[in-house]
Design a protein around this ligand. Sequence first.
Ligand code: GDP
Length: 193
Amino acid sequence: MEAEFILSAVHPEQFPLESSARPEVAFLGRSNVGKSSLLNALVGRGKLAFVSQKPGCTQAINFYRIGEFYQFVDLPGYGYARVPKEITREWKELIEQYLLHRTALQLSVLLLDSRHGWMEKDLELKQWLEFHQRPYVVVATKTDKLKTQSERHRGMEAIRKEMNGSELLPFSAVSGRGVREIWQAISRIKNSQ
Ligand code: GDP
């Protein structure tokens, strides 16, 4: 899959022009949840390497053109304890501006670490997406770290308990498990247009 970096925005005025011909998929999650690893796995061994945004540094929204049809939007990670309140506020504002007003946004992918499940900030975000009627799927990352079948089952059930009907997709960057299912969820937006 061809992937091309478009730009990095720290203010809404810097967001690229949107087009309904290129629906956007936004990726959201706590810092270190495995977001860059997921993006790399989805795009495959292209020329582009997604790198984690370091907590505490300037928080930016990165836009990428993916293949012929999509735009991926990498939103800065949240929930990092050492980030000062000031930056958290800026983060919220930037992200809310994007999530509230972006017409091209067709799907949000909310990432959770399968070992930790929902944490407070994840739940806040989920409620926010539901309140604003933004469709989302949940990806449970790092499932290879759950060693037994029953651990995996318990982990998925704990996540599912907080979900009302949206899709839960297990993923591991180590084994590649879930890549196909996540692409299927993404391609549904194009088919439903
Ligand atoms: P980001 O901060 O959300 O972009 O997270 P990264 O993709 O940089 O991953 C954070 C850390 O988790 C890195 O050390 C990765 O190697 C590790 N990691 C990410 N995905 C997986 C996974 O599926 N399995 C395992 N075992 N480790 C992972």
